[in-house]
Design a protein around this ligand. Structure first.
Ligand code: DAH
Length: 371
């Protein structure tokens, strides 16, 4: 029941003690119930309101009502109670305000034990992943990385690589030319590069021998898209020029690289070939990954290597002396090798992908398998 200020008949110290104790215990209880600023205003008015607050009432019912010779004693009591009530009202306000912001905080606080918002993490595209892997094999051998423009001049893409104008080898690398360049000399005409080999010349123009570089990048051909062809694909080119570099350095380097990429049991074989910018030239074949080089599996011919036991993977050769002429290297003093490999082709073999187009469709179900 709510506290009401009693009239006093007995003004003895003992009676006053009792009355004061009751009042203070009511004050304590009501202070505890103050939870908001609204509560506090009511509380303040109940205890300190001028007209009918508890303090006004004790002033009337206790002090004024006290007989003359008790007034002093009662007055001291009432003063004390005044101070105690004021102090309680003050602290109740602080609590009410603090309590309110605490309640707000509790509502706004982040619960760090809840699971976070899951944002699906992307993954490296299998082509980029494979390209980085190839590059890192050569970085570990001390090669540095070079890049060149995708829109290239006829000079760097063909002429300086020893494809003279009208040379039939150009037919193997048909591409898209930028329109309306008839007024330019052939060598200055712009085209979408057909291979990363032009960066060989660009790098040799900038750097004196020795040079050891790999060149990852995107290339373009006038090829219709099918399961093994794409008009846009990727290559990694390599070039090493120094004094006394021989064909066995080329063989050792590429044999190491193929083992690093496909596993140490893979064998390599160098098969005579032709590229205008290397002499001699070779195609590198690796032992078939699907039949272990046997040529047959599952009781029949291995379809992956067409029963030969070998898979053709990349082109290479000793840099043709004519190429050094375009780069201002002295062909009598230096020698070196070059190679170029298709990234998609390597990724297809590494991951057993049966259609090159899968790499370009952007189908998440395909891509997330390479995480
Ligand atoms: N550029 C050639 C191509 O796209 C690949 C190649 C072959 C690059 C032999 C080389 C090389 O550097 O020596 O078919």
């Amino acid at each position: 029941m709510a506290y009401t200020v009693p009239k006093l008949k007995d003004f003895s110290a003992k009676a006053l003690d009792k009355a004061a104790a009751k009042l203070l215990s009511a004050l304590e209880d009501e202070t505890k119930a103050v939870a908001s600023e609204g509560d506090w205003k009511e509380f303040r008015d109940r205890w300190m309101g001028r007209k009918n607050g508890v303090l006004t009432q004790i002033n009337v019912l206790w002090l004024k009502a006290a007989p003359k010779d008790e007034k002093k004693q009662v007055g001291q009591r009432v003063n004390e109670l005044n101070k105690q009530v004021e102090a309680k009202v003050d602290t109740a306000l602080q609590r009410a305000q603090g309590g309110a912001s605490e309640a707000k905080l509790a509502a706004e606080r982040v619960d760090i034990t809840l699971p976070g918002n899951v944002r699906p993490l992307g993954a490296e595209h299998p082509i980029i992943k494979t390209m980085n892997e190839i590059v890192s094999v050569f970085r570990n051998l001390g090669y540095s990385v070079e890049e060149g423009p995708e829109i290239e001049t006829d000079y760097y893409n063909f002429e300086a690589l020893n494809f003279p104008p009208n040379h039939p080898a150009r037919d193997t690398q048909d591409t898209i030319f930028i329109a309306n360049q008839e007024s330019k000399a052939t060598r200055d005409r712009l085209l979408l590069r057909t291979h990363t080999s032009p960066v060989q010349i660009r790098a040799m123009e900038r750097t004196k021998p020795p040079i050891r570089i790999v060149v990852p990048g995107k290339v373009h051909r006038n090829d219709a898209a099918d399961a093994t062809h794409s008009p846009v694909f990727h290559q990694v080119e390599g070039l090493a020029v120094d004094t006394n570099i021989t064909f066995s350095d080329l063989k050792g380097t590429l044999d190491h690289a193929m083992k690093a990429l496909f596993g140490s049991s893979v064998k390599t074989r160098f098969y005579p070939s032709f590229f205008p910018f290397t002499e001699p030239s070779a195609d590198v074949q690796i032992s078939c990954l699907f039949c272990g080089g046997k040529g047959y599996r599952d009781g029949g011919r291995c379809p992956n290597c067409k029963a030969s036991g070998w898979i053709e993977l990349l082109g290479c050769g000793m840099v043709d002396p004519n190429v050094y002429g375009f780069a201002d290297y002295d062909a009598k003093k230096v020698s070196g090798f070059a190679f170029g490999m298709g990234v998609e082709r390597i990724a297809i073999l590494k991951y057993g992908v049966d259609d090159i187009q899968m790499f370009y469709h952007g189908d998440v179900r395909f891509l997330e398998q390479f995480r």
